[in-house]
Design a protein around this ligand. Structure first.
Ligand code: NAI
Length: 329
């Protein structure tokens, strides 16, 4: 089977090649992102393998369909960049890597949180300048603090377990409550109450029409003054401009972001020559109370191994009708 791999990074080649060693899959490595304009690069391929920044809305799907592509597999859990209904209407099979490593993302959310609170990056940068002073590095204990978790699925529940082990009180919000988390002491509540009470809010729900700008200007204003916000889910969940205003006013004392609206203009490639063209992102990375990473929460050896294996299972399962149920979209 010929598979066009859009937005190929070096690590994709390493892990996908390794996973598919014994298979009859022939990879076409493409550096280009998938758009209606680049879809023609999949000519002659039955399947397309895409990533988070690839555009899988109707025009691209139409172009792929006309080329004879029949299967689209995502190397991601999130699928907000794919119009599932349009794909189904065209008779395309679509699948994702649903649960490759919730731990990788949950642990990264904790990393962002601890980095905001304890400021090791600031301390290290200072030490490199022979500055060993502690001023400005004052943190606080997480034990006893209230953490609001929005979305308690695979990643959110893992994040919750870690925070419980820190001795935190957890308030959660989800359209489906997780009984085992309730048993572990988690309290589900409405979003307004969660925002008003939480010292830290961490986002772990998918981006959809229901959740776009879930944290808009009004909701951000409802947060406990001086709270921290962690977003490892999707940038579109938050109104970026309003978030910047809250950082400037102190309504938010800090944010930890692995994802941000407009990230496609910066993340996953080298822009050192032209600089950061997205003004909101440029502003955020230069704020002292912001820690930002380039959508790397998934980027662990275990996660990449599992993504490659899930991708292979989706490709091989297509002909035999055995794509894992949880991966099917
Ligand atoms: P999941 O599907 O297991 O869990 C999502 C949870 O959000 C579910 O429990 C669902 O009921 C809940 N939810 C849906 N709508 C909601 C709403 N309106 N309000 C509150 N909760 C709502 O998904 P998983 O695997 O935990 O991933 C969550 C998200 O994390 C993905 O959709 C993706 O966007 C993001 N992600 C980010 C990565 C990164 O590298 N930064 C890597 C993998 C995923």
């Amino acid at each position: 089977m010929n598979v066009a791999v859009f937005s190929t990074q070096e690590f994709d080649q390493v892990y996908l090649t390794q996973a598919a060693q014994q298979s009859a899959i022939s990879w076409r490595w493409l550096n280009e992102s998938l758009t209606p304009e680049t879809a023609h690069l999949a000519q002659g391929c039955e399947a397309v393998c895409a990533f988070v920044l690839d555009d899988l809305h109707e025009p691209t799907l139409n172009a792929l369909n006309q080329l004879g592509v029949q299967l689209i597999v995502l190397r991601s859990a999130g699928f907000n960049n794919l119009d599932v209904a349009a794909a189904h209407q065209l008779g395309l099979t679509v699948a994702r890597a649903a649960a490759y490593s919730p731990n990788a993302v949950a642990e990264h959310a904790v990393t962002l949180l601890l980095t905001l609170i304890r400021k090791p990056c600031v301390a290290q940068a200072r030490l490199k300048q022979a500055d060993g002073r502690l001023n400005g590095l004052l943190g606080f204990d997480l034990k006893g603090k209230t953490i609001g978790v929005i979305g308690t699925g695979r990643i959110g529940s893992q994040f919750t377990q870690i925070m419980l082990a820190f001795g935190c009180r957890i308030l959660a919000n989800d359209v489906i409550e997780n009984a085992s988390l309730i048993q572990a002491g988690v309290q589900y509540t409405n979003i307004e109450n969660l925002l008003a009470q939480s010292d830290v809010v961490s986002l772990h729900c998918p981006l959809s029409n229901d959740t776009r700008q879930l944290l808009d200007r009004q909701r951000l204003a409802q947060m406990k003054p001086g709270a921290l916000l962690i977003n490892t889910a999707r940038g579109g969940l938050v109104d970026t401009e309003a978030m910047i205003s809250c950082l400037e006013s102190g309504q938010l004392s800090g944010v930890g972001l692995d994802v941000v609206a407009g990230e496609e203009s910066l993340f996953f490639s080298d822009h050192r020559n032209e600089g950061i063209i997205n003004t909101a992102i440029a502003q955020l990375v230069n704020m002292p109370n912001v820690i930002m990473t380039p959508h790397q929460a998934f980027f662990t050896h275990e996660a990449l191994t599992n993504i490659a294996q899930a991708t292979l299972a989706n490709l091989q399962g297509w002909k035999t009708g055995t794509i894992p149920e949880s991966n099917r979209l």
